[in-house]
Every structure is written in structure tokens, then in C-alpha cells.
Design a protein around this ligand. Sequence first.
Ligand SMILES: [Mg+2]
Length: 305
Amino acid sequence: MIADSSSDPRLERALASLRGLAVGDALGAQFFVPANYPLLKRREVPPGPWPWTDDTEMASSVLSVLARHGRIDQDALARSFATHHDEGRGYGPAVSRLLQSLEGGGDWRQLASAMFKGQGSWGNGAAMRVAPLGAWYADDPEQATHQAEISAYPTHQHREGVVGSMAVAAAAALAAAPSGPPTPEALLDGVIALIPRSAVGAALRRARDMLDYGDATTVAAVLGCGRRTSAHDTVPFALWSAARGLGDFQRAFWVTAQVGGDMDTTCAIVGGVVASGRGGLGSEPPELWRERTEKLPDWIPVEVG
Ligand SMILES: [Mg+2]
């Protein structure tokens, strides 16, 4: 079944967010290529094509499950992650092993809770894939946060991994609010109010206090920018950058990429949140960037155009 996104505003918003996420992911990943380092300094893009990574592959599963079920069905989501898992897309080793076990018939409930000696994963993987879900639930940020929590569990069960996902979904929902884009302060205040007490939440409060900093490098040094690929060293900086970049996709991308760290993931989060917004054309990735980004997977049950 191929759904027509123009007949469903939820799907249309989620697809816009996924496109932004894919461009952020694919272009961010380009700057791990040493030949492209000088381009990053000059804010120039490399020639295409830019393949996307695990961030887009998993986000495509999130969107597919929403399009088919109208909400997050955890078993369907786990199945989609496992079926479409392509090891060459840069998955972390622990998630790759988990998805292979799922493909072999394992139960995500046991496998995901047993990770990291029973603590579950606090990686940024549940956060990196969830912005389109937030866009889907733009008229109900609380439901966005709740569904994000559910969507994390098949792979990430540590509190920080789950809350990181909730925070990104909340941000995408608030950015796409029917009342129009929030101010940077209102966006982060809104996210903080929607998530439980956690290291992610504490760092988001610090990010809120640093919104007037002009120097992203300092902010990234304080908050982290994904070098440890944990939710709490990825999500606060990414949402700081997204909050300041609503309505200006290009600027948000460069500010995020130029501090380094886990660039495909920080830029996927920022791209997904900014592109879910209603800031007009500035919220969308430039046409040239979209053309150079690998097309979304053909198994998404949506006419992607
Ligand atoms: Mg990636």
C-alpha cells in the first residue's frame, strides 16, 4: 500500500522531517572523509552522491510504522529495524548484534534489556531516528513524547537513551506546532517540561542557559557533541543548535557540523527537527542538498516523490 502524503498532514510533516533528517545525516557523514575537511571550514558542500547512514535507515522504519499503524507498534518497529538492517550503514556494534539476533528470531524485550550488563543502551540511536515521529504528533506534544518513549525500547532501554528520544520528539513536535515556530527559549523550555528528570534533562537546562552564546564550540565543549555517542552527550547540544536554527536549515547544519563529534547523528537530529518546523522555505534543506542526498529507501509505504 502506498499512502499519498498530501492527503494526510501528519504524514506530510513526518516526511518533511525525514527528508531533513536524511540530508543532515548524509551531508554530516561526508565530513568524516578527510578530503572534505577543508570544505567544512569554508561551509562548502562536496560533490554528490551523499549516502545516508543508520540514522535515516532507522528513521524510515519509524515513519513506516506510523504510516501503517497510526501509532508506534513496538513489535512492528523491531521487525522493521531487523529486516532493513544493513550493516554497512554505520550502526554501532552493540545495536548491530541486537538487530542480527532479532533477524534470527530473538525477542527484542529480552535482548534490549540485557544489553550492557542489564542496564540497556544509553546510546543516541533512539534519539537520532525519532524527529519524524515528533512532526507526526505536532498537534499533541505530550503524545509525541509518549510514543517516542515506546519507540525507544526495542533497542534502547537505559533511562538516558529513552529520555533522549523523548526530548528530540518533543522538540520536533513543538517546532511544527500549529501555532507557528516557537522562540529558541520557548522550544527548550517546552522540551524540558515534557521529559522526566535525567542527565539529558539537566544538560538541556544548561543548554537553555547558553542560548545566547555565540560560540558553538564552547557550548559543545560543555554539553558534548556526540563523541561518546551517548544520548546525554548528543541530544542537549543538538537541540541547542536546532532551537537557534529554526527557519534556517543551512545555518543550523553548519553550526552543528562545524563542532565535529558524531556529525551524522547530531546533524540528523537538527535536520529532522528544523525540517519539521513551519518556518517556510528556510526550514527545508536547499534543493541542491536534497538532490545530492541518496533517495529515501523504496520500502517506505509512502510516495516520496
Ligand atoms: Mg549514522
